[in-house]
Design a protein around this ligand. Structure first.
Ligand SMILES: NC(=O)c1ccc[n+]([C@@H]2O[C@H](COP(=O)([O-])OP(=O)(O)OC[C@H]3O[C@@H](n4cnc5c(N)ncnc54)[C@H](O)[C@@H]3O)[C@@H](O)[C@H]2O)c1
Length: 245
């Protein structure tokens, strides 16, 4: 993969997929700014990563808080002058059917999973437009493609993330900024048997990270507005063909 002295910013970077993505970028020599609200976990991870890659540091950013996002953006731009790659990864998926959810629950879930991706893409996308280069990668979910009962607000938020991706891809197409979405299925710490996928197992953070890093690399220059499921075939349809395994 080719990364020309690029800088990447990842939200929710102390989590499973965020850490795996940061580690993969580090292997590729990409300069990194990592953000989370869990600073204990983030700082521990950053210290580990610095042993193999000195150009990484962590900042506090709460993606539900406008001021926190604006302050983080300013700090990063002051230090680096530019950010080439934005990974909108922070997200939570609390339970709740439509009938059980309060309006406050609903708004809070949309706020962290969808509104944050909009606002950070707006902040960083404006700078990317000015520099005429950028890669925005959003974390969707197969719940945003197919829906998931008991996770109604989450599914709706992730469907919004997928449409945000497509619309912003069109809007930024003349500015050399691509916008793509990676939609994970069942991701666990280790590959473990899972009969709900065609590949017969759950995926790992590394397997999601590989897709994110591809969309961030120069090699993906002709791809924009896509939503890539990384789900072991979960969204292909029911496992009902009688295929011998
Ligand atoms: N793991 C899966 O199976 C799966 C499946 C589909 C989609 N996804 C999506 O992938 C992304 C990453 O998932 P993950 O499995 O790594 O989750 P995770 O729970 O391991 O990590 C999420 C990180 O986000 C951080 N975070 C939470 N609230 C925040 C806030 N307000 N501001 C900033 N950071 C905040 C957490 O501290 C945590 O470090 C999410 O958007 C998630 O919806 C994950």
């Amino acid at each position: 993969m080719t990364f020309n002295n690029r800088t990447a910013f990842i939200t929710g970077a102390a989590g499973r997929i965020g850490r795996a993505t940061a580690a993969e970028f580090a292997k590729q020599g990409v300069k990194l700014v990592l953000a989370d609200i869990n600073m204990e976990k983030l700082n521990a991870f950053v210290s580990e990563l610095q042993k193999i890659h000195p150009e990484v540091y962590g900042i506090y950013m709460d993606v539900t808080d406008r001021e926190s996002m604006e302050q983080g953006f300013k700090e990063i731009m002051k230090k680096h002058g530019r950010v080439d790659i934005l990974v909108n990864n922070a997200g939570v998926w609390p339970r709740g059917s439509a009938l059980e959810s309060s309006l406050e629950d609903w708004q809070s879930i949309l706020n962290i999973n969808l509104n944050s991706a909009f606002y950070l893409s707006k902040l960083f996308g404006t700078a990317m437009k000015a520099q005429q280069y950028g890669r925005i990668i959003n974390l969707g979910s197969i719940a945003g493609e197919a829906g998931l009962p008991e996770r109604c607000a989450y599914s709706v938020a992730k469907a919004g993330v997928i449409m945000l991706t497509k619309t912003m891809a069109m809007e930024l197409s003349k500015d050399n900024v691509t916008v793509n979405c990676v939609s994970p299925g069942m991701i666990a710490d280790e590959k473990s048997p899972n009969s709900g996928t065609w590949l017969g197992r759950s995926g790992t953070g590394d397997e999601v990270a590989n897709a994110i890093v591809f969309f961030a690399a120069d090699e993906s220059s002709y791809i924009t507005g896509t939503d890539l499921p990384v789900d072991g075939g979960r969204t292909l349809g029911p496992l009902t063909t009688g295929l011998k395994r």
